[in-house]
Design a protein around this ligand. Structure first.
Ligand SMILES: Cc1ncc(COP(=O)(O)O)c(C=O)c1O
Length: 378
C-alpha cells in the first residue's frame, strides 16, 4: 500500500514522490495549517497523548471540552458530543434509539458505517434505491403497519459518488409517520455545504437546530432529524461529532459506544478545536473551496465529461471500463498528478471510478494542470 509522507494538501508526498494531489478529504486544507499543527504539539507536551481512560471516567481534558463548545457554535446547536471516530456516530444514535422504532430503511449506497449501524438496530432492514424519495415512500408503504415508526438512514454527501441526499424530500415523505426519525451521516457535508458550512441539512433548507431528540413524538411534525459527522475531513482534525440539545447530548452519553471507549487523543482534540476556530474566523476558506469546485466542474464539462454543477468537492468520474480508468490514473501519476482510482468502494459498484477531490488550497493553475493532463488522455 502507498505511504503518505507529508501532510495531505495540494502537493503531497507519497512513496517518496511529490504529487499534485486530488485525493482524500482535506477539503479545506486545515490538516496542515501551522496553527492547527502547533495546537496539537502544545497539547501533547501539556497533556500527553491520551487521558488513558474514558470520558466518563476522568478522561475529559480542556481540549476535548473545547471541541464540543466550538462544534456546537459552528453547527448552531446548544451542545455537541465529541468521540473517537465518525464511524461510530450512527452506532451511538442507533443504540440510543433502541425501542423507539419498528423498522429501519437505508439508502442502498450508504457508507459502510451507516449500513452497519442500521443492522445493529436489530430491526427489520429495508434498503431503498439510492437518493430516491419515491422508492423510500414505496418501501415505507409496503413494509410498515399503521402506527409503526420508521428509522431512515442515509449519507448526507456520498463519500465516493459525491451525490447529495434529498433530505428535504425525505422529510416530506416522513411527515406522515408519527415517531419517524431521519439519521444523516454528514461526514462529507459538514464544513463544506450550506451558508455557514453546517452541512447537508443547511444546504437543503432545514431549520436549525437539528438533533433535538430521537423521538419525533416530542415535535409538532415528524421526522426527528438527526445528524452526525466527523472532524477528520473538512474540519481538519480528528474524531466524530454529534451536535444537539443539552438534553439530547446527555442522553447519548449513556450509550456504551461513547462511555466504553477511551477519550479521543488530546493532541487530535486540540488540533480539531483550533481548526474549528480558524474556520469560524475565516469563512473565506470555504468560499475559496467553492470557487475551486465551480472551476474544476466547469473545466471537466468542457472536456465533455458528464459533471453536474454541484457544490460538492468530490467529483466521481466514470470514464469507460475499469481498465481504462486505471490507465488514466496511472498516466496521470506518470505526469505527477494523483487522482485515486477506487475499485469497489462504498457505493461505486464493480467498475469503480476515479474519485477527484478539490481543495480550497488548490490554485487555479493546479486545476488547469489537471484539466490539461486529462484532456490529453481522454
Ligand atoms: C460517509 C462517512 N461516514 C463516516 C466515516 C468515518 O469517519 P471517521 O474517519 O471520523 O471515522 C467516513 C470516512 O472516513 C465516511 O466517508
Amino acid at each position: 500500500m502507498p505511504v503518505m509522507q507529508s501532510p495531505p494538501g495540494p502537493r503531497t508526498v507519497i512513496d517518496g514522490r511529490e504529487y499534485l494531489y486530488f485525493g482524500g478529504t482535506a477539503y479545506l486544507g486545515l490538516q496542515r495549517h501551522p496553527e492547527v499543527i502547533r495546537a496539537a504539539c502544545e497539547a501533547a507536551e501539556r497533556y500527553g497523548i491520551g487521558s488513558a481512560t474514558s470520558r466518563t471516567g476522568y478522561g475529559d481534558t480542556p481540549p476535548t471540552l473545547d471541541v464540543e463548545r466550538q462544534a456546537a457554535c459552528f453547527l448552531g446547536a446548544e451542545a455537541a458530543l465529541y468521540f473517537a471516530s465518525g464511524y461510530q456516530g450512527g452506532h451511538i444514535l442507533v443504540s440510543a434509539g433502541r425501542g423507539l422504532f419498528d423498522a429501519v430503511f437505508v439508502d442502498e449506497l450508504s457508507h459502510y458505517c451507516v449500513l452497519e449501524a442500521a443492522r445493529l438496530s436489530g430491526l427489520p432492514f429495508f434498503p431503498f434505491q439510492h437518493a430516491d424519495p419515491e422508492d423510500l415512500r414505496a418501501a415505507l408503504g409496503a413494509n410498515l403497519k399503521p402506527g409503526q415508526r420508521p428509522l431512515v438512514m442515509s449519507d448526507g454527501v456520498f463519500s465516493a459518488l459525491g451525490h447529495i441526499a434529498p433530505v428535504a424530500e425525505y422529510c416530506r415523505v416522513l411527515r406522515h409517520y408519527a415517531g419517524a426519525a431521519l439519521v444523516i451521516d454528514d461526514a462529507h457535508g459538514i464544513g463544506v455545504l450550506g451558508e455557514h458550512g453546517r452541512g447537508t441539512t443547511e444546504h437543503s433548507g432545514m431549520p436549525d437546530p437539528i438533533n433535538l431528540g430521537l423521538s419525533a413524538d416530542e415535535f409538532s411534525e415528524p421526522p426527528a432529524l438527526l445528524v452526525y459527522g466527523t472532524c477528520s475531513k473538512a474540519l481538519g482534525g480528528f474524531g466524530g461529532i454529534i451536535p444537539g440539545s443539552q438534553r439530547f447530548i446527555a442522553q447519548l452519553k449513556q450509550t456504551h459506544y461513547y462511555a466504553g471507549a477511551s477519550a479521543p487523543p488530546v493532541p487530535a482534540a486540540a488540533a480539531t478545536g483550533r481548526a474549528l476556530e480558524i474556520l469560524q474566523a475565516d469563512p473565506a476558506i470555504r468560499l475559496r473551496l467553492h470557487e475551486n469546485v465551480r472551476a474544476a466542474r466547469a473545466g471537466l464539462r468542457r472536456l465533455g465529461l458528464t459533471v453536474d454543477d454541484s457544490p460538492v468537492p468530490i467529483v466521481c468520474l466514470r470514464i469507460g471500463s475499469a481498465d481504462r480508468m486505471r490507465r488514466i490514473h496511472e498516466e496521470l501519476l506518470d505526469r505527477g498528478i494523483l487522482v485515486p482510482y477506487m475499485a469497489a468502494y462504498s457505493g461505486l459498484g464493480p467498475e469503480g471510478a476515479l474519485r477527484l477531490a478539490v481543495f480550497a488550497d488548490h490554485s487555479g493553475e493546479m486545476i488547469e494542470q489537471l484539466l490539461d493532463a486529462l484532456a490529453r488522455l481522454l
